[in-house]
Design a protein around this ligand. Structure first.
Ligand SMILES: NC(=O)c1ccc[n+]([C@@H]2O[C@H](COP(=O)([O-])OP(=O)(O)OC[C@H]3O[C@@H](n4cnc5c(N)ncnc54)[C@H](OP(=O)(O)O)[C@@H]3O)[C@@H](O)[C@H]2O)c1
Length: 328
């Protein structure tokens, strides 16, 4: 098969097309003929050599989400048959013509969506579900602040939280990105380059603060996040792009009874990921089928142009998702 490999750590140009044997699949796995693969920020970190793949994942083929057609099934696979079309979360190896996936990490493609749209969903939807709703325990009627509102993660978080009955506020780096977030349902969008999100949140919430913050920035945002949270608020970290060493006033944590948590999806086990898949299928997939939640695909590249796709993501000019295609 053809695969896009990381030839050495470095700039987007280190991504090259190579011939590789099609991967083996286990008794509880399916082999998917990949039609499309989503690009995620963790792929960039992996390409640069800063995010080693977990044990069992291919060492040099990136890619955390795919959509395609089941080509082979392992002996123990119960739900799927050859020919089924699926959207799947994978631990790596998504940038390739074939990819093996545990059956529990596959989901049916929501009715009406094509392969490109279906490939844009798993990594961000699994991450948002497990962090905002499971760890952050966001409830209908509560409020959520999403930093990086126009990111792949952000466009999923806005739509999921709105659809499930929350107020959603975001930060983003330009007025245009803010407008896009509002068109997806955000109740307010704060351009963090021109406005202070702490005072904006204070005004919007009449000094109450927000119930949950989904943060990928860390660094200097952390003490400000604690200021922006309401009593009993939850700060959920999914990355620390600005830095992981921070100084905070712990008395705020006690005074407001704040919970600080976070998680990384990729190293979690198959059982955990299958449980998230089941929650998404029950709670979110019907909303994708009805059109209440929509995939937001900003750009599509043939897989051999993966370097261009990474360069676009690193430019920060995209909103929503970038997807690679394999012969569709
Ligand atoms: N923990 C997990 O399991 C998990 C899983 C998936 C993704 N993630 C993390 O979630 C984040 C979003 O991923 P994605 O795939 O949605 O990426 P993406 O579309 O490239 O979004 C990255 C966003 O980060 C914002 N940003 C803020 N500070 C930044 C900085 N210092 N450098 C670069 N960007 C900055 C940018 O928004 P502006 O242009 O508005 O600044 C951009 O929208 C990434 O940090 C990723 O590592 C975590």
């Amino acid at each position: 098969m053809k695969a896009i490999i990381i030839t050495q750590p470095g700039a987007p140009g280190v991504l090259q097309t190579a011939e590789r044997p099609s991967p083996a699949y286990g008794r509880d796995e399916v082999l998917v003929k990949v039609a499309a693969a989503g690009v995620n920020r963790p792929d960039i970190f992996q390409r640069k050599g800063n995010y080693p793949p977990p044990l069992g994942a291919p060492a040099d083929i990136p890619g955390l989400e795919i959509a395609g057609t089941i080509d082979q099934i392992g002996d123990n696979v119960k739900r799927w048959k050859i020919g089924d079309k699926v959207s799947a979360l994978v631990t790596g190896g998504g940038y390739a013509e074939y990819c093996n996936v545990p059956e529990g990490q596959c989901l049916p493609i929501p009715e009406g969506l094509n392969f490109v749209e279906a490939a844009s969903l798993p990594e961000t939807f699994f991450t948002v579900w497990s962090n905002v709703f499971d760890r952050g325990k966001l409830q209908p009627g509560e409020s959520l602040l999403v930093h990086g509102g126009s990111s792949g993660i952000g466009v999923a978080a806005i739509q999921m939280a709105k659809a499930l009955g929350s107020k959603v506020y975001v930060t983003a780096g330009s007025d245009e990105k803010c407008q896009i977030c509002q068109s997806l349902g955000a109740d307010a969008a704060i351009n963090y380059r021109t406005r202070d999100f702490v005072s904006e949140i204070e005004n919007i919430t009449h000094k109450k603060g927000v119930d949950v913050i989904l943060d990928m920035v860390g660094g200097s945002y952390t003490p400000r996040n604690l200021q922006a949270l309401a009593e009993d608020g939850r700060l959920v970290l999914i990355n620390t792009m600005e830095g992981r060493d921070v100084q905070i006033d712990l008395s705020i944590v006690m005074r407001k009874r704040i919970c600080i948590t976070g998680s990384m999806l990729r190293p979690r086990n198959v059982e955990f990921k299958a449980a998230v898949a089941a929650s998404l299928e029950k709670n979110i997939w019907p909303l994708l089928t009805s059109g209440k939640i929509k995939p937001v695909v900003n750009a599509v590249f043939p897989a051999h142009q993966a370097a261009d796709a990474h360069a676009l993501m690193e430019s920060g000019d995209h909103t929503g998702k970038i997807v690679l295609t394999f012969n569709i």
